[in-house]
Design a protein around this ligand. Structure first.
Ligand code: NOJ
Length: 555
């Protein structure tokens, strides 16, 4: 059996990402929790989901909403207890829903006991758990950081510790020191944590920031003359980390029937993709990349370039490894505001769903996407919660002291990760049915119109459209072609229409979506044998109305 046609549960699954803090509050403290997730498992089952990815719920000071972990084996009290997790795992099993969790391998919180020790002295047994370097002196006799590398959250990726007079590396916030993966003890400690959770019955991991585990050559980046420089060549996708992942796979992952999804930053190539998630590479089952997240031109979404980007992973990667599919996660704006059109809510939302979830790969729908939640109307700095916004603002003020808050807000409000982090709009009740008390973060003011309760009872809603797609993927006679079919893009030069065919054995389906608010014509001949889905009520033709999308069997 060819690897790409080999049937696996995780290839046929439909995934759903849960951001714990904002999903459902069960104990009325205004913060989402594990019991809230458990309460909504029947809802996810009704939608048709059979795999959930839960973001970090570990003990954490919450500098980065839980990606800064201070105890990997315990649940943060705001989210519940280990017993709540055990109960959730049990409930998921009764619904046949698999459950994967975030595994944060790159860093810990600075409040993690390992770092507390590491900081104490240069000869502490945990010193080498993290990356410590001496500062340098520049031409003016001033002390500067060990390298000029920038942090993803703005400023330097080094932070000085006054007590031991050295700098620790931290590619995210100051409170998230990077682990030293070249230290075998670090690797063993992380494998032990993964084993702990697998033995509790989880079905795999989304492996956070995994592309940054290798660092080589602590030298200045020449990518620009800025004070701090984005330097993926020094700490992203470096060969050494593949020995670590292979070791992790051999020592831990291979002993369980699980699925693993890596997160690949730093602009991975196809070769990188093959290394991380190739069938032969013995690392992960699939890996998220960000290639399709910011593809705009002066007319809005750049459809031609978007097709090129997807072609890379849909066509060039086919037969080499497996692919995850997603429009957004908790690090992106809401897709309907980003690539769709909130004033054509259902139409543009269903068009986007058609484009993404008939492609080749395992879908990961982000919580709230199924009802088309939109960006939040941020208007002041205090409206934001994300640490990345705060640190970026500080860093920008250093280079642009006259930066006004309005300019800054305008620059970041459409792209901010906070857009995806507002509480889920379950109903038109107070606080959107998320909680009975004021939530930790703003509810989008459109919750009275856009909410689960309203859409679930409407066969014509975006929610019902998502449910139909999921049903087609999981239960219909088209399942094999949707899951395993080979992808070929058609009418590639079309500036408005995203179109491709999928073929498996004797069946071919054609997917056509007009991504713009104009009439557009498809340049491709076909005969309709069956209609799988269509987001407007009219005949299928090559002339598409704004945001029209359909999927038809053509062979
Ligand atoms: C990627 C996560 O998705 C993001 O939310 C987080 O800030 C960084 N990794 C650091 O863990």
């Amino acid at each position: 059996m060819k690897k790409h046609f080999e049937k696996q549960w995780w290839k046929e699954a439909v995934g759903y990402q849960i951001y714990p803090k904002s999903f459902k509050d069960s104990n009325n403290d205004g913060i989402g929790d594990i019991k809230g997730i458990e309460e909504k498992i029947p809802y996810l089952n009704e939608l048709g989901i059979n795999l959930i990815w839960i973001g970090p719920f570990y003990k954490s000071p919450m500098d980065d909403n839980g990606y800064d972990v201070s105890d990997f084996k315990d649940v943060d009290p705001t989210f519940g207890t280990i017993d709540d997790m055990k109960s959730l795992i049990k409930t998921c099993k009764t619904y046949n829903i698999k459950i994967i969790i975030d595994l944060v391998l790159n860093h810990t919180s600075d409040e993690h006991p390992w770092f507390v020790e590491s900081k104490k002295s240069t000869d502490n047994p945990y010193r080498d758990y993290y990356i410590w370097k001496d500062g340098r002196v520049n031409g003016l006799g001033e002390e500067i950081e060990p390298t000029n590398w920038a942090s993803f959250f703005g400023g330097s990726c080094w932070k000085k510790d006054e007590q031991t007079n050295q700098y620790y590396m931290k590619i995210f916030s100051d409170k998230m020191p990077d682990l030293n993966w070249s230290n075998k003890k670090v690797r063993k400690s992380m494998y032990d944590i993964a084993t702990y959770w697998l033995d509790l019955g989880i079905d795999g991991f989304r492996v956070d920031a995994v592309s940054h585990l290798g660092r080589e050559g602590f030298i200045d980046s020449k990518n620009s003359n800025d004070r701090y420089v984005y330097a993926p060549e020094n700490f992203s996708n470096l060969p050494i980390l593949h020995t670590y992942i292979k070791e992790f796979r051999q020592e831990v992952l291979d002993h369980y029937d699980i699925v693993t999804v890596g997160e690949l930053g730093g602009g991975p190539s196809i070769e990188d993709g093959i290394n991380y998630a190739g069938y032969e590479s013995n690392e992960f089952n699939m890996a998220f990349n960000f290639d399709h997240n910011w593809v705009f031109n002066e007319n809005g979404i750049d459809v031609v370039r978007l097709k090129t980007v997807f072609k890379k992973w849909q066509v060039d990667f086919f037969k080499k490894g497996w692919n995850p599919l997603y429009w957004l996660n908790h690090d992106h704006p809401r897709v309907i505001s980003h690539y769709g059109d909130p004033s054509n809510h259902k139409l543009s939302g269903s068009m986007l769903a058609t484009v993404m979830y008939f492609m080749w790969g395992t879908p990961f729908i982000y919580n709230g996407e199924e009802i088309g939640m939109t960006n939040y109307p941020f208007s002041s700095l205090d409206d934001f919660s994300d640490i990345a916004i705060k640190t970026t603002y500080k860093a920008r003020l250093k280079t642009q002291p006259n930066l006004s808050t309005d300019t800054f807000i305008n620059d970041v409000k459409e792209s901010s990760r906070d857009n995806a982090r507002t509480p889920i709009q379950w109903s038109d009740d107070v606080y959107g049915g998320f909680s009975n008390v004021e939530p930790w973060f703003h509810i989008n003011p459109n919750y009275k119109e856009i909410n689960v309760k309203r859409q679930k009872n409407d066969p014509d809603s975006l929610w019902s459209y998502y449910k139909n797609i999921i049903d087609l993927r999981r239960n219909s006679k088209y399942k094999d072609v949707i899951v395993y079919g080979e992808t070929m893009f058609v009418d590639q030069k079309n500036e408005h229409i995203f179109s491709f065919i999928r073929s498996y054995e004797e069946t071919t389906i054609l997917i056509v979506a007009n991504m713009h608010n104009v009439n557009a014509k498809l340049d491709y001949d076909f005969k309709v044998k069956d209609v799988l889905i269509h987001n407007i009520d009219s005949n299928i033709t090559e002339n598409l109305k704004p945001y029209e999308a359909y999927v038809v069997k053509i062979k």
